[in-house]
Design a protein around this ligand. Structure first.
Ligand code: GDP
Length: 194
């Protein structure tokens, strides 16, 4: 069965999005970084499973070594199942993603979101960036264009609607994500035919 994986820093709203997608209840706002196991659920409206990979990034009470271990787990999981993974959904917080990326960009530092985005592409997993919490973003187009730029996608964001999906998971506004994922699903089916 085809699989969609969700990755993202902690607190971006991954559990909230999982709840929207699957109809299951998730422990939102719980202690991050506790679950290291991938969790599998059915995508309610579609014929594939969604895998929730552990959140990554700063977590109070979690040391550097543990954070690195989580990251290694995520990378190994995706590498192992890359052939079966239909789409990788990188969830980011639309309000803070660009600032966090800029803060962590340096000569020997690659921001997690940028690293994950390129990693998914390197292993040939079609990637959709679910830009969450858009309800909190004022200059939406401007922010989305900046995010494109940081990910190496030439703005304007509107020409990347298969890749950039602005959502507000909290209010159930995730149709752009559903559409983007569906586009990749159809592309893959077409590739299988020819
Ligand atoms: P996770 O750590 O990535 O699983 O994040 P959670 O799903 O636990 O959400 C973290 C916080 O962000 C919670 O307080 C959520 O209510 C909030 N949140 C999630 N989605 C949205 C959204 O679309 N808009 C706003 N404003 N807040 C959200």
């Amino acid at each position: 069965e085809a699989e969609v994986v969700l990755v993202g820093r902690s607190n971006v709203g991954k559990s909230t999005l999982m709840r929207e997608i699957t109809g299951h209840k998730f422990d939102t706002g719980g202690k991050p970084g506790v679950t290291r196991q991938p969790n599998h659920y059915d995508w309610a409206a579609e014929d594939f499973v969604v895998t929730d990979l552990p959140g990554f990034g700063f977590m109070s009470g979690v040391d550097e070594e543990y954070r690195e271990a989580i990251k290694t787990d995520i990378v190994q999981y995706v590498e192992e199942y890359a052939d079966n993974i239909l789409v990788g959904v990188l969830v980011v917080d639309g309000k803070s993603a660009v600032d966090i990326i800029d803060r962590h960009s340096g000569p020997d530092e690659i921001p997690y979101d940028v690293e994950m985005f390129h990693f998914l592409r390197d292993v040939d997993v079609p990637t959709v960036v679910a830009v969450n919490k858009m309800d909190k973003v004022d200059e939406k187009d401007e922010r989305l264009n900046e995010l494109c730029d940081r990910l190496g996608l030439y703005p304007p964001w509107k020409q990347w609607q298969e890749t950039i999906a602005p959502i507000t998971a909290k209010n159930g506004q995730i149709s752009s994500l559903n559409e983007a994922v569906r586009t990749h699903l159809h592309e893959q089916n077409r590739d299988d035919l020819f």
